[in-house]
Design a protein around this ligand. Structure first.
Ligand SMILES: NC(=O)C1=CN([C@@H]2O[C@H](COP(=O)(O)OP(=O)(O)OC[C@H]3O[C@@H](n4cnc5c(N)ncnc54)[C@H](OP(=O)(O)O)[C@@H]3O)[C@@H](O)[C@H]2O)C=CC1
Ligand SMILES: O=C(O)C1=N[C@H](C(=O)O)C[C@H](O)C1
Length: 243
């Protein structure tokens, strides 16, 4: 039985992961929260799964490398340095990082890529997301992942060509930009809509997570798939056979 160590154990995702691990016939080898020892956890695990905080990422990657085991990173709010750390670690161990581990969002990203490839720049792309009142980062990791799918299809640089947090007299939207809007409230597990808006018509591609088990099941699938894989940076489409 694959032993999965949970980082962010007592959190909302940590609790969902415990259920998903048992449902999949794997074993939770233990779990840590803030102040816990990721290396001790890694030494008693076959794979780590991290749904905690960006502040924890470096120590978690170091622990996975020291124990020579793979790690699945679901934590969002990552910046360029975090991605550099992940790229560096993936020279040594198998790493999978994604803003959303659900099957539905993984497929949605494919659909967004397809739509953005086929529709020209006169179709404006806007991404709206809504999450529960406790969420601390915006835009969501999923919104950024969907934005990346659209940007890749259009051959643009998302960091340069996006419009985030409009407020006041912002001027008209820039042609070709990808816009983001974030709502927070209640207990919403995660809703995302990608709007493709042209003159006189509009397409809306939406995913709604009804609860966190969709993320937890996908994350456990990723853990089981990653166990035994050589060093490298892997993706959810690979895990789910959609690549
Ligand atoms: N990729 C995906 O599919 C999904 C990603 N997420 C992301 O996962 C993350 C966690 O979400 P959620 O479970 O809702 O958040 P919670 O706030 O409920 O849980 C976070 C957990 O991480 C722990 N934690 C904080 N800092 C550290 C640290 N330095 N080392 C170890 N553990 C730490 C917290 O412990 P303590 O209470 O002691 O601080 C807490 O138990 C977020 O970034 C969220 O966006 C969420 C859902 C799906
Ligand atoms: O914080 C959450 O809850 C979620 N975070 C992820 C994100 O930032 O996209 C995934 C999911 O939408 C839930």
């Amino acid at each position: 039985m694959t032993r999965i160590g949970i980082i962010g154990n007592a959190g909302r995702m940590g609790q969902a992961l415990a259920t998903a691990i048992a449902d999949a016939g794997a074993t939770a080898s233990g779990g840590i929260d803030q102040g816990g020892d990721p290396l001790a956890l890694a030494k008693q695990s076959d794979v780590l799964v991290d749904f905690s905080s960006p502040h924890a990422l470096e120590a978690n990657l170091d622990a996975a490398m020291a124990a020579n085991i793979p790690i699945v990173i679901g934590t969002t709010g990552l910046d360029e340095r975090h991605h550099w750390l992940i790229d560096t670690a993936s020279d040594q161990i198998a790493v999978l990082q994604t803003g959303n581990t659900s099957l539905g969002v993984t497929l949605l990203a494919h659909l967004v890529h397809e739509a953005a490839t086929r529709l020209g720049e006169d179709w404006d792309i806007e991404i709206a997301e809504m999450h529960h009142r406790h969420k601390v980062d915006a835009p969501s990791g999923t919104a950024l992942l969907l934005g990346e799918a659209a940007a890749k299809a259009r051959g643009i640089d998302l960091a340069r060509d996006s419009e985030r947090g409009r407020d006041g007299v912002t001027g008209a939207r820039a042609r070709g930009a990808i816009g983001f809007a974030s709502l927070r409230g209640g207990s919403v597990a995660g809703d995302h809509t990608v709007f493709l808006a042209s003159d006189d018509e509009r397409i809306e591609l939406t995913h709604r997570a009804e609860n966190r088990m969709v993320f937890a099941r996908g994350a456990v699938k990723a853990c089981l798939w990653l166990h035994g894989k050589p060093a490298g940076r892997y993706t959810m489409p690979q895990v789910l056979g959609l690549a």
